[in-house]
Design a protein around this ligand. Structure first.
Ligand SMILES: Nc1ncnc2c1ncn2[C@@H]1O[C@H](COP(=O)(O)OP(=O)(O)OP(=O)(O)O)[C@@H](O)[C@H]1O
Ligand SMILES: O=P(O)(O)OC[C@H]1O[C@H](OP(=O)(O)OP(=O)(O)O)[C@H](O)[C@@H]1O
Ligand SMILES: [Mg+2]
Length: 299
């Protein structure tokens, strides 16, 4: 039986978002004992339960208040929102933040032998998609009539199978389109994974858990995009060397024991150090240049 006092988070069970969702929670210090077949997992060290479901179910679980938080692609969230609105519902959720994974775009694509002359060539066409509401919103704005062919997966096969003239599906690298003889003609929605919260009053305990999780997520995401840079530099080239370092307003500069002509420079950078910059630093006399990943950050 579920303990209602524990914070409940829904994540995708298996698919494009599941590994990174799990990793993010683990990096936030939530120790989950995940077993493949278990759809509910209880964190051992914090009052959080993880519900592992199909991604399509996550917006509804949050909007209906079954779970407190959910990690979901904005594409699925927006589609669910439009679907509920079209049924006369007034769905609510709180967008807590965008995450740093699940980048993809919802695009229109045509068979490679079909010319593209702007969206008007979709007039009267049959379009296969898993996102009928996002597609309709886009084409309605352009006053284009179309026929929808709803497929829940393998949308890219529809034109060759004679089911549709065009498709509207998710694209990341474009490899699936290419493998199926299609080409991308128009992006209609850009998406990333995001963290959402149900509306309604939460207990103080749950609210403070959410605050903790949010701060930790911020720390993890910021750390992922940052590097710790260490190097030794000749004292007389210090200024020039610092000017080459990305985002180094105030690096730590320390003396080197037994060497008055060189110093150690330490800094956190929110950019990586490219090989070319490292080579330029070396040409200025820098040595022992290290670029290290950062695991966690708290400002
Ligand atoms: N190629 C991709 N690259 C990056 N992110 C993607 C890609 N394709 C989809 N996504 C994102 O990941 C989400 C989940 O994609 P996935 O293909 O695992 O969904 P699914 O097959 O519907 O899974 P489920 O079985 O949970 O319903 C998408 O809604 C989108 O936000
Ligand atoms: O542009 P690409 O990098 O090729 O990625 C796009 C593909 O990725 C997703 O499917 P996924 O592989 O997750 O499989 P699914 O159809 O089972 O959801 C999406 O539905 C596309 O088919
Ligand atoms: Mg799905």
């Amino acid at each position: 039986m579920l303990d209602k006092s524990r914070l409940r988070i829904a994540i995708q069970k298996s698919g494009r978002l599941s590994k990174e969702s799990q990793q993010l929670l683990e990096q936030c210090g939530i120790k989950i004992n995940l077993q493949q077949q278990r759809l509910l997992a209880f964190a051992e060290n914090i009052a959080i339960d993880i519900m592992r479901v199909r991604d399509d179910d996550i917006p509804g679980l949050v909007m209906d208040g079954i779970v407190d938080l959910g990690i979901i692609g904005e594409n699925v969230l927006k589609e669910a929102l439009l679907a509920r609105k079209s049924q006369g519902d007034n769905p609510y959720y709180i967008m807590l933040r965008r995450l740093d994974f699940g980048d993809c775009r919802l695009s229109m694509a045509l068979p490679i032998d079909e010319p593209w002359d702007g969206p008007k060539c979709l007039q009267g066409k049959r379009i296969a998609t898993s996102y009928p509401h996002l597609l309709k919103q886009y084409l309605d704005k352009l006053n284009i009539n179309f026929k929808s062919c709803l497929l829940n997966g393998s949308v890219e096969v529809a034109p060759r199978a004679g089911l549709a003239d065009a498709i509207c599906d998710l694209v990341s690298t474009g490899a699936t389109l290419e493998a199926n003889g299609l080409y991308e003609v128009e992006v209609i929605y850009r998406s990333k994974a995001c963290l959402i919260q149900r509306t309604g009053k939460l207990s103080n305990v749950k609210q403070s858990l959410i605050n903790t999780v949010m701060l930790r997520i911020q720390g993890v995401i910021q750390a992922r995009g940052s590097k710790y840079i260490m190097l030794h530099a000749p004292t007389e080239q210090l200024e020039e060397i610092i000017s080459l370092l990305p985002g180094a307003e105030s690096p730590t500069v320390l003396p080197l024991a037994g060497n008055q002509h060189r110093v150690a420079i330490y800094m956190v950078s929110n950019e990586t150090l490219f090989w070319e910059t490292m080579e330029n630093l070396k040409n200025l006399g820098a040595s022992s240049i290290l670029v290290l990943p950062i695991e966690k950050m708290m400002e």
